[in-house]
Design a protein around this ligand. Structure first.
Ligand SMILES: Nc1ncnc2c1ncn2[C@@H]1O[C@H](COP(=O)(O)OP(=O)(O)O)[C@@H](O)[C@H]1O
Ligand SMILES: [Mg+2]
Length: 251
């Protein structure tokens, strides 16, 4: 594993991260290099720290200790322009979808395009928004607000929003929860296309089938730390580990 990490260029690095909230140390001494163009699954028991690690990796939480480097630059020391580039090159699907309650789905999907492609015409924006929503499998109108959607539909819109700018770095937190099998398979296919395009994907899932089919690396996270790192070969070759995953580390 260490050899593999050294061979492959890393795009994002967590260096000795500590994260405290409300007097609790939620993440401790957390170090990992995400390899460029590879897919990493964060797995482990609920409350272990997966979502917190994902948000720290995406630069959405500021670590109490340590640094997060994107292409060698500390993301919390970037200037405004560098930060905008990092934001454009990364996108997050939150565990709770995190759609703005007081905006229509169309407005929610329009905002990233307005920010990152200010010269894009209204017609182009509309075409792109409709295309990503349809691609994600959302079939209803876009003029309605998130409260009118099921949890699953909210996930589809959150996914569509993350795909809008074709980010180089994609963070997905329990992104197929609340979806039926065919909707979830559709999103898995879209993630595969991103893998083929050599984008870097970091995802949280409890679905062993999805983890096994997509992950190049698995990080098992427990008590705010990495409990075990596994490569794709290990996941498939070691029956004991596979059983471990099936039995509960992933749930
Ligand atoms: N902002 C916060 N303040 C206090 N505790 C938090 C905060 N965010 C998460 N936690 C706690 O940190 C732990 C890890 O949470 P989380 O990263 O959401 O775990 P997971 O995604 O693995 O279920 C949990 O015990 C959770 O209650
Ligand atoms: Mg979580």
């Amino acid at each position: 594993m260490a050899d593999e990490e050294n061979r492959t260029e890393s795009i994002l690095e967590l260096n000795n991260i500590g994260f405290y909230a409300q007097g609790r140390e939620l993440i401790r001494d957390f170090s990992h290099r995400y390899a460029a163009g590879k897919t990493t699954a964060l797995v482990g028991p609920s409350g272990g720290g997966k979502s917190t690690v994902l948000k720290l990796s995406a630069g959405l939480l500021v670590p109490s200790k340590g640094a997060v480097l994107f292409k060698g630059r500390d993301i919390h020391l970037m200037n405004r322009k560098e930060n905008l580039v990092f934001r454009q090159e990364s996108a997050v699907v939150f565990q709770d979808s995190a759609l703005w309650a007081n905006q229509s789905l169309y407005q929610i999907l329009e905002l990233p395009l307005r920010i990152h492609f200010p010269s894009m015409s209204k017609n182009e924006r509309e075409a792109r928004i409709k295309a990503v929503a349809e691609e994600a499998g959302y079939r209803r109108e876009l003029g309605i607000r998130p409260s009118n959607l099921s949890m699953g539909e909210q996930k589809l819109i959150a996914f569509a929003r993350a795909m809008l700018c074709r980010p180089e770095l994609l963070f997905l937190d329990e992104w197929t929860e609340s979806l039926d099998e065919s909707a979830s398979q559709r999103l898995v296919r879209l993630v595969r296309e991103r893998q083929d395009a050599k984008h870097t994907i970091i995802f949280v899932s409890h679905n062993v089938g999805i983890i096994k089919s997509l992950a190049d690396t698995i990080l098992m996270i427990r008590n705010g730390n990495i409990f075990l790192k596994l490569s794709r070969e290990q996941i498939h070759s070691d029956a004991e580990i596979a059983e471990y995953l099936e039995k509960g580390m992933a749930s």
